[in-house]
Design a protein around this ligand. Sequence first.
Ligand SMILES: Nc1ncnc2c1ncn2[C@@H]1O[C@H](COP(=O)(O)OP(=O)(O)OP(=O)(O)O)[C@@H](O)[C@H]1O
Length: 858
Amino acid sequence: MEGALTARDKVGVQDFVLLDAYTSESAFVDNLRKRFNENLIYTYIGTLLVSVNPYQELGIYTVSQMELYQGVNFFELPPHVYAIADNAYRMMCSELNNHFILISGESGAGKTEASKKILQYFAVTCPMTQSLQIARDRLLLSNPVLEAFGNARTLRNDNSSRFGKYMDIQFDFQGIPVGGHIISYLIEKSRVVYQNQGERNFHIFYQLLAGGEEERLALLGLERDPQLYKYLSQGHCAKESSINDKNDWKTVSNAFSVIDFTEADLENLFGIIASVLHLGNICFEEDDQGCATIPDTHEIKWIAKLLGVHPAVLLEALTHRKIEAKTEEVICPLTLELSVYARDAMAKAVYGRTFTWLVNKINSSLVNKDFTRKTVIGLLDIYGFEVFDKNGFEQFCINYCNEKLQQLLIERTLKAEQAEYEMEGIEWEPIKYFNNKIICDLVEERHKGIISILDEECIRPGPATDLSFLEKLEEKVGTHAHFETRKLAGPTGRKRIGWMEFRLLHYAGEVTYCTKGFLEKNNDLLYRHLKEVLCKSKNVILRECFLLAELENRRRPPTVGTQFKNSLSSLLEILISKEPSYIRCIKPNDRKEPSKFDDFLIRHQIKYLGLMEHLRVRRAGFAYRRKYEHFLQRYKSLCPDTWPHWHGPPAEGVERLINYIGYKPEEYKLGKTKIFIRFPRTLFATEDALEFCKHQLVARIQATYKSCLGRKEYVKKRQAAIKLEAHWRGALARKAIQRRKWAVRIIRKFIKGFINRNKPLCPDNEEFIVFVRKNYILNLRYHLPKTVLDKSWLRPPGILENMQQKVVTSEIFRGRKDGYTESLNQPFANSRINEGDINPKVLQLISHEKIQVSPPAI
Ligand SMILES: Nc1ncnc2c1ncn2[C@@H]1O[C@H](COP(=O)(O)OP(=O)(O)OP(=O)(O)O)[C@@H](O)[C@H]1O
């Protein structure tokens, strides 16, 4: 992997902003394809990351990769999800503010995987203390539990999240992850009771049957075979080879123990899961009056046991409905069709609310009260724009959510652009863009928008139907520029709109919705009778989910549409207060195959993810901007003034550099801390120049390296020589010291002997000694020269022993080479030793040379 800030990767551009034809969708797709074919799945649009699902392991999520991106400037390494995570983390730590990363894309595009990679990145790279490891583990393990209850196999994805998820990861002031909080959005409850061909119910049902212990299943009244349950077998793929339910059960069981679920919690939780399966197997029959009955109460008994309700009460609630008259309650029998509806509504409500309970339970285990000052990074993994052949109420909600998020993205991007230009003192050029507020208003405006009209239709007395809702829409918003129906559209020549359909012209394109089921789904009605049963349940979880207060409250609960609108507005409040990062995920093909790039499918996603619009907004001003120091660091070799080092202010260095290269004034602007380059071609020309320069640079570096190596070799040799010499000299010096010691000893011996022998001859004994001491011994003490030591007459003791002492003496005393005893005795018999008697050579050496020896102790 390249380690330098680069504009172009091995293939294509690594930032779409650098595309010359940035308005061309084909150029966009080409760049994406080129990179995808080289397994480069990530590309930037400024700071937004576009990710294409590779459907294969690429080895790009290792710990060493994480370390590579840790603390590195955003643009210095090739695009990666870790760069986004690290950038958000570093900004949060340095500015102590909150961030969020919005991950969107259609089903199977890789959103959940991206959010998991980000979580792992934080788990591995953030500092950690022993006591906080449990908080980190809980954060990581909340994922498999949520996936078990909120994910399912669909035709598009074996592990599709059927809910929107926002997760706050909380950090303390040192950047240690200390806790978290999860909010879930719009779980797809309809899946509990119905699955399309090739699809499955939520994973947890299959996991429990495949992996649950025998005793547990026996207590729940369940069999291992999922085919035996209606709610699990409608898609005809209960057993799916690509999914290992047994193993997944183990993971989930382990996660439960880490995130503080007690055995009692699990008993209640799985009691609910099992009762949903039993509910699905209840069969109704019609009696003579056309009322529903339940001939076989086997399932009813199990449900009653598991939920702690009375079986007869439950049976009545499933086949009858309480209607409140003015003074009393009237119980009416339900038709077979309505009983099936009541049963399914109960299964959906029980599962949906249990899921909410589960999220709350996980939250209470993730909460960390020890830390009051926390900063957060939020991960929003939310469904992208959905456009199918048949689009219903769910697609309407999801696409409305995407309109809102797009509004946020564009506003924040524009604001960020504007803020940057202002901060840098660059002239602001207003950007034209489509403001999708008009569509958001069409959907959400109070009393006027589509959701309000739908709610009105849901509560209206009298026979309201999906068709009457459509007519109301035509009446109330029929003139809106982004709304069409068959009646209103006329012969437009575009794709036909059906009788039950309306079309919205979304920011990303038009979507036709079928109103069939809108009223029922928006109402999500659970008969009061069934609610009463559930409120009185002995199952602790259910009692928390169905509160008696709900029954006492005579006001109608908010509809699904309104609830969704409200939760979306709270989500936007959360997001607006935080700094954004964006990841847009793209699915390369519908067959979950690696290396298959389906142009048509990808163009569709580029459109609905609003990528071209984002690119246009991002490119409206300048294609490229970098801090002066980073720009200089990369291109300094292009100018002799800045190479190899520039010691002045970076801005000045950049100015010299671009003047030398020859940038034209219209090609760039200099801000306070950054250079802004308007056209990609300017940057590419600079890159080409750098490439050209690299050869010379390499040669220069090689030469420097070689001379460095040569010098290193020389220094090494020299040091070895010095060492050798020092060693040799040390040996010599030691020898010399030894010799000096011998010399001192010999001379001392000689003088002692000399004095002793000559004492009797000397008339004035005292004088003689003083003379000897003064003129000879003292000199000898302090100035015994090195050269004297080298003299042959001062030999090591072994040799000296064999020598005549007289020879030695004669060497010291002048002209006494002819024998020791006589000559010594004669001259000293009557006279003192004169200075002239001493060998002048010796005397000279003794008095002038400066090597000192320790004083002889006489
Ligand atoms: N970066 C990746 N590297 C390798 N495989 C990936 C990557 N991203 C996704 N996949 C594969 O694609 C599958 C679908 O991805 P994922 O579940 O993240 O999609 P999604 O966008 O969350 O879909 P949904 O909206 O249905 O939940 C994964 O199970 C995995 O096999």
